[in-house]
Design a binder for this molecule. Structure first.
Ligand code: UDP
Length: 261
């Protein structure tokens, strides 16, 4: 791994040069951060679970014609991905009020929004990832109108697919964050989904008791983060009962039995 060329190191992932042209390797770290990097911890096994959960979700999306950057999972912590020019925008889709929208708009946590809502945030740590409008995105050339429209439409379709997927396993998809990139296939440019979809980037509540099965367990010091992420993986049918937690934590076991998707 150390011999590979590092392209970018983020808070939870590292990107390395891939084995072929137009590919990269995305490595999932165990680092957890919140509140614009003010709160940090290393949670053993988180990267392994996010790699597996995100692979499963991206494959489901690819299968229904929503193209993503995922080519294939390589091992416990790495995925082979298509290289894209990532838009500096976070697309947040919300179904239920939680997190920042609660304070910003004075809503009650848990209230169901009349329609799913898409919000845009400018990815900039120094500015604390501010919420922005489509006009702000256009005047700064972060993306053009067509790209924003496409990504917004895909975000809502992803919301439909994932809401159903999670509902079927007793989980409410409260909200989530997406990132998109420009991908060139010969001369044709496409806007495709990049990054990850995992309990780090979604709010997931148990339908029965509203137990939080996502990164809010870290943000709010609730404990049991790995157990919650494991629960999500189990319900999605990608981590059979009896999988050894130590193997997940180290991410180096060859004996772990992950169900083929
Ligand atoms: N989110 C994310 N990365 C970010 C900001 C938000 O993955 O940098 C996700 C977050 O996990 C939640 C959704 O986007 O599922 C909406 O987050 P919100 O705006 O409520 O902000 P937060 O409460 O996470 O600060």
């Amino acid at each position: 791994m150390s011999r590979r060329k590092l392209i970018y190191e983020g808070k939870a992932k590292i990107l390395y040069e891939g084995p072929e042209r137009n590919t990269m390797v995305q490595y999932f770290k165990d680092d957890a951060t919140a509140f614009n990097n003010e709160k940090k911890a290393i949670i053993e096994g988180k990267g392994v679970l996010n790699n597996r959960i995100s692979e499963f979700i991206f494959n489901q999306l690819n299968d229904v014609g929503l193209e993503t950057h995922l080519i294939k999972r390589l091992n416990m912590r790495e995925q082979l991905i298509k290289s894209c020019e990532v838009l500096p925008i976070e697309f947040v889709v919300r179904n239920i009020a939680a997190g920042s929208i609660v304070n910003r708009l004075g809503l009650n946590e848990g209230s169901i929004l009349k329609n799913p809502v898409v919000e845009y945030y400018y990815k900039n740590d120094a500015l604390g990832d501010p919420i922005v409008t489509i006009e702000h995105i256009k005047i700064n050339d972060w993306a053009n109108e067509e790209e924003i429209k496409k990504a917004t439409k895909i975000s809502l379709r992803i919301n439909d697919v994932l809401s159903g997927l999670f509902r079927a396993v007793g989980i409410k998809l409260v909200d989530f964050k997406l990132e998109f990139g420009r991908y060139w296939n010969n001369e044709e440019k496409k806007i495709i989904l990049v990054d990850e979809i995992s309990p780090d980037t979604c709010r997931l509540w148990d339908t029965k008791n509203e137990k939080k099965l996502d990164k809010d367990r870290f943000r709010k010091d609730l404990g049991g983060l790995i157990e919650a992420y494991q629960e999500v993986a189990k319900r999605l049918g990608i981590m059979p009962e009896g999988t050894n937690i130590k193997e997940i934590k180290t991410g180096i076991s060859k004996t772990i039995k992950l169900k083929k998707s």
